[in-house]
Each structure stands twice: as structure tokens, then as C-alpha cells.
Design a protein around this ligand. Structure first.
Ligand code: FES
Length: 322
């Protein structure tokens, strides 16, 4: 396992940003500048109770004295959003990773189309700030359930790029709703699409874009709070290690990383939800059952790598490059 540097930060401010959404402003405990980040970056935040979760940075990447994250209280939370809402207080010291970016802007883009669903606005807003500073051509669409549940409305309204943002509310008039087939009708050369939000929103945007002929290399996405697709059909299988020939059984109720760890073989993980790609491992033989949202459909179809934190096997054995 590679050691990751962790940073100690203090919660300088916790604020209610919208219904069920709070923001945390994090500053270095020693008062120094924080590591620089690019738009689309996230941090791993270790919460009271020891759970680690990923949160996108949603402040302007030019700021060096603070990181801002927005957190939605999710009823089906595995503990992360609940801990932020209920246990984290101003003044608390928390441990975070340095920013990592799995959702960067493509700097060759002639135009960027930014689509945010709900709390998925966090990295998208950071992108809008960055593009606006650079004088780039972009347009942002922000879909949410209602104005009361829309984070950063006041900040967007006051921003210099407010005229490039359109809000779409589920509870609003039909005319203002997000019309994906119309918005994505003609993929113009040089336009890149960025989308972040809950699973249903992402699936709808990406399916519409692909159906309208958007090339895969111009689609950029990050699943927010990915839910792992589990089914009763998930059966046990074997992992064979290429280096030693050793075989490790993965039972039905364990992930590959858990089974390997129990056998003394550690794979570095971060999100454990198939989102970040930290655990990506080469597959030399056998067919993985991909359950991640990190690899593109083409990468998944190649079946030569998988995310052992959540993906499984379609064959009785996988030979891994370990
Ligand atoms: S640990 Fe994040 S994808 Fe596996």
C-alpha cells in the first residue's frame, strides 16, 4: 500500500446552504496555504467514527486559504453525510487527503456545457468559476428538486457568470424544465460535456448524449454518491494472483479487496464505491462483472482491468496482475 499524505484542517465555518445541504469551510490548522487544486478536484475527508468519504471542492480554485465542500443529508447514507450534518462542528480538526482530480476540464475545449443535478453542482460550480476566470465559452444548467433545495443560488446569482447559468426546478413550470434531447441535440465540434449528479440524472444525460452521437472523449462525468449495484446473483468466485499462483476465494458477502485483505494482500482503496479508480487492477484472464462508475463503457468492455472494491466476476476465476 502506498502511504498517502494527510493534512490536518480545521472547520472554520459550517453553514446551512439549502434544505438538507450544509457547507464546511476547511482551513489548515497551521494557518498556511493549502495545496493548490484544479476544477473538478475532490478531497478524501475522514469523519468522526473513522469513515472516509470523497467530497468535491466547490470554491474558486484560485483560493489557497480554504477548501469549501457541500454535503447533502442523504437518508440512505452509509454514515458519511449523517456524520457531517450531525457530528461535525465548527472548530473541529479533521484529516483530509490532498486534492485529487478524476474529473478535470479538457483545456482544448472550444466550449463547455456544464450540467449539474442536485448536490452534483459542487464540482460543476468550481468548473464554472475556473472557466469564467479564463474567459472561456461555457454554459451551465443546474437541475434540482425545488429552489429551497438548490445550493449556491445566491452565490451564482451574484457571480459574474450568472447570465450563463440556467436553473431547472422539478417543481417548477414545464417550460423551465431541463429538456435534454433539445439541449444535447447537436454535438458541436469542440464542445465538451461535463455532468455530475445522482445516478438517475447522470444516466439520463449520458444516455441522451450517446444517443445523439456525442463522442465518448467529449463526455466527462463523475458519479456523486454512487450506489453499488448488488444483486442476489452475486456469487462467490476465485482470485488467482499472477505473481505467486496463489488462489483466494471471494465469498458472496465480501468484496474482492476485503477477501484479499483477509488473506494478507492489501490493495489501496479510497472511495470503495467504484468512483475514484484508486483500486484499479489489471485483469489477465477471466471476465470481470463491472459495477463501477469510474471506467468508461469502452474500458469496461475491454475487460482487462477492474475495480476490486466493488466489481466482481462473471467467470469462476479472475487472474489478476498482483
Ligand atoms: S476504491 Fe475507489 S474505485 Fe475502488
Amino acid at each position: 500500500m502506498q502511504a498517502e499524505t494527510s493534512l490536518q484542517v480545521r472547520v472554520a465555518r459550517k453553514a446551512v446552504e439549502a434544505e438538507d445541504i450544509v457547507t464546511l469551510e476547511l482551513v489548515a490548522t497551521d494557518g498556511r496555504a493549502l495545496p493548490a487544486f484544479s476544477a473538478g478536484s475532490h478531497i478524501d475527508l475522514t469523519l468522526p467514527g473513522g469513515i472516509t468519504r470523497q467530497y468535491s471542492l466547490c470554491n474558486d480554485p484560485q483560493e489557497t486559504q480554504r477548501y469549501l465542500i457541500g454535503v447533502l443529508r442523504e437518508p440512505a447514507s452509509r454514515g458519511g453525510s449523517q456524520a457531517v450534518h450531525e457530528r461535525v462542528r465548527e472548530g473541529d480538526v479533521l484529516s483530509i487527503s490532498a486534492p485529487k482530480n478524476h474529473f478535470p476540464l479538457a483545456h482544448e475545449a472550444k466550449k463547455s456545457l456544464l450540467l449539474a443535478g442536485g448536490i452534483g453542482v459542487t464540482p460543476i460550480l468550481c468548473m464554472a468559476e475556473r472557466l469564467a476566470h479564463g474567459g472561456a465559452d461555457f454554459e451551465m444548467h443546474y437541475a434540482s428538486r425545488s429552489p429551497a433545495r438548490t445550493a449556491f443560488r445566491a452565490r451564482i446569482a451574484a457571480a459574474g457568470f450568472a447570465d450563463r447559468v440556467q436553473f431547472h426546478f422539478d417543481d417548477g413550470a414545464a417550460a423551465q424544465k431541463l429538456d435534454l434531447p433539445q439541449l444535447l441535440a447537436q454535438p458541436e465540434a469542440g464542445t465538451h460535456l461535463y455532468v455530475c449528479g445522482p445516478r438517475g440524472f447522470m444516466d439520463a444525460v449520458l444516455a441522451t448524449a450517446r444517443a445523439q452521437g456525442w463522442p465518448e472523449d467529449r463526455l466527462h462525468y463523475e458519479f456523486f454518491g454512487a450506489e453499488l449495484a448488488r444483486s442476489d446473483a452475486d456469487a462467490g468466485f476465485e482470485i488467482k494472483l499472477a505473481s505467486s499462483g496463489r488462489i483466494v476465494r471471494v465469498p458472496k458477502d465480501q468484496t474482492v479487496t476485503q477477501a484479499l485483505s483477509a488473506a494478507g494482500i492489501e490493495i489501496m482503496v479510497s472511495c470503495e464505491q467504484g468512483v475514484c479508480g484508486t483500486c484499479l487492477t489489471r485483469v489477465l484472464e477471466g471476465v470481470p462483472d463491472h459495477k463501477d462508475s469510474y471506467l468508461t463503457p469502452e474500458e469496461q468492455a475491454a475487460n482487462d482491468q477492474f475495480t476490486p472494491c466493488c466489481s466482481r466476476a462473471k467467470t469462476s476465476q479472475l487472474l489478476l496482475d498482483l
